[in-house]
Design a protein around this ligand. Structure first.
Ligand code: NAD
Length: 504
């Protein structure tokens, strides 16, 4: 463990403010980063002050003035080298993700791979960033639109993707010509520092500083200052719906832009004609992967009554076979929850579900001993139980029975969140119904794969209380730029649009 930390340049106590290089000076206090598997201390971080935030913003704003004028393909070349640097450090960064937030080894490495993938995607994008051209109604006129960089943008990230969520934003923003100020979760500060350093080394090699800034500070002082800051035209925030409602309101009040990626309450539907083997595997990975701490974790399972008697025992068997333990040990499938508070949230949700009429089919208890481990849990429930409408960030799967596909879709949609959804079926008609305008109301809807594990090529995000934001692939880059419509007159007359005559 100490080797990994040392190779990534982490010290016992690390500064919490970087405008490229670390900002020295008085800090606002100190936090420790704990390994959730055994509560050991990985390292400490000095919390940034509002004054240090000021320095980071000033530097990001200054750097923006130059970075925006570097041709996009040249920005792309620097991002390509960041992707290479992340590739070279993938093993260590992946191990650090496992140590700091408890992901199993494959998932820690997979997270860093997502950052590499989005860097590759951004490189291609740097030669695109296309605008449209339009035909003008006026003779000898040309119309087109172009996309310009937005400015210094704020990126606020959740603990559960401490590396990739920043990269989804930062790699696109960088090729778009923006500079980025990152405020990570206080539950995963070391991954943020190590990731920043890897990318910063590349920028420094090319003589750039201030393109990426990092500020590790409290929500009440640094966080609130950041979201109120008029100099940041965009705040991209990933986290709970509670946080998103606050940030969305503050940024809207100053007529800024926000890109919100918030909580999910994702469902899988299983039709009688589904391939049961792949359904069991898809449900298992969706519900138990990352110990239920993905925004796209499967939290609700709708089984057609005709097959629920056959499927439930298979699921219970698969659940009991999941090996819980040290996330870096061979064969572990379920690591710890992030902290003791998350374990309490798990226990409280299980107790509430039982009080509301739910029946625990498997799991339901914390694992005694060091660390923050809980048993992956399945609870037989009804869609009307209030607890099933909430996101509990833990491996709890609520199972329901339904009779018709229409009923299952209506129940699936009848929650405040709208992130990810899936159907398992071999029926073309059922699949298309699920994907149609009267089907799933989520930002992501899949057929014969689970709700989690999205690829970076698609736009990622969800509707309703998930916040409506889209990140990552497709045309999500547009959120990081401003659109300008240009009309050029190359003739000798001045015709007006809509046939208006204004002659003197
Ligand atoms: P959280 O809401 O507790 O914190 C998220 C981030 O917001 C942290 O960096 C936190 O410091 C910051 N924050 C909170 N209040 C703030 C304020 N007033 N001003 C500025 N910053 C503030 O979330 P978490 O526990 O870290 O992460 C879990 C949540 O994130 C879950 O709800 C999960 O579904 C969601 N999530 C969503 C996505 C997605 O893409 N939709 C991805 C990952 C996680």
């Amino acid at each position: 463990m100490r080797d990994v930390l040392a190779r990534l340049g982490l010290a016992a106590v690390n500064p919490g403010a970087y405008a490229g290089a670390p900002i020295v000076g008085g800090y606002a206090g100190r936090i420790e980063s704990l390994n959730p598997a055994d509560d050991s201390v990985l390292g400490a971080v000095e919390l940034a002050t509002v004054d240090q935030y000021e320095s980071v913003v000033r530097e990001a704003t200054r750097a923006f003035g130059e970075w925006r004028m570097l041709p996009a393909p040249k920005r792309g070349e620097i991002v390509r080298q960041m992707g290479e640097a992340l590739r070279a450090r993938k093993d260590d960064l992946g191990a650090l993700v496992s140590l700091e937030v408890g992901k199993i080894r494959a998932e820690g490495l997979g997270e860093v791979q997502e950052s590499i993938d989005i860097a590759d995607f951004a490189v291609g994008l740097s030669r695109q960033l296309y605008g449209l051209t339009m035909h003008s109604e006026r003779a000898s006129h040309r119309m087109y639109e172009q996309w310009h960089p937005l400015g210094a943008i704020g990126v606020i990230t959740a603990f559960n993707f401490p590396n990739a969520v920043w990269a989804w934003n930062a790699m696109l923003a960088a090729v778009c010509g923006d500079t980025v100020i990152w405020k990570p979760s206080l539950k995963a500060p070391l991954t943020a520092i190590a990731t920043h350093k890897v990318c910063e080394e590349v920028l420094a090699k090319h003589g750039w500083s201030g393109v990426f800034g990092l500020i590790i500070g409290g929500d009440k002082d640094v966080g609130e200052t950041m979201i109120h800051d008029h100099r940041l035209p965009l705040i991209s925030a990933t986290g709970s719906t509670r946080m998103g409602k606050r940030i969305g309101a503050v940024v809207a009040e100053r007529l800024g832009r926000s890109l919100l990626e918030l909580g999910g309450n994702n469902a899988i539907l299983v039709e009688p004609d589904a391939d049961m083997d792949i359904a069991v595997r898809g449900i298992l990975f969706g519900a138990v992967g990352t110990a239920g701490q993905r925004c796209t974790t499967t939290r609700r399972l709708f089984l057609n009554r005709k097959i629920s008697g056959e499927l439930v025992p298979k699921l219970v068997k698969a659940w009991t076979q999941c090996r819980i333990g040290d996330p870096l040990a061979e064969g572990t499938l379920v690591g710890p929850l992030i902290d003791a508070g998350a374990v309490e949230g798990f226990e409280s949700a299980v107790a509430t579900a039982i009080a509301q009429g739910g029946e625990v089919l498997v799991g339901g208890k914390r694992v005694e001993g060091p660390g923050n481990f809980v048993q992956p849990t399945i609870i037989r429930a009804t869609p009307q139980m209030p607890i099933c409408r909430e996101e509990t960030f833990a491996p709890i799967l609520y199972v329901f029975e339904y009779d018709t596909l229409e009923q299952a879709i209506a129940w699936q949609n009848d929650v405040p969140q709208g992130l990810s959804s899936s159907i398992f079926t071999d029926s073309f008609r059922s699949a298309e119904t699920f994907l149609s305008a009267k089907g799933s109301d989520c930002g992501i809807a899949n057929v014969n794969i689970g709700t989690s594990g999205a690829e970076i090529g698609g736009a990622f995000g969800g509707e309703k209380e998930t916040g409506g934001g889209r990140e990552s692939g497709s045309d999500a880059w547009k959120a990081y730029m401003r659109r300008q419509t240009n009309t050029l007159n190359w003739g000798r007359d001045l015709p007006l649009a809509q046939g208006i005559s204004f002659d003197v």
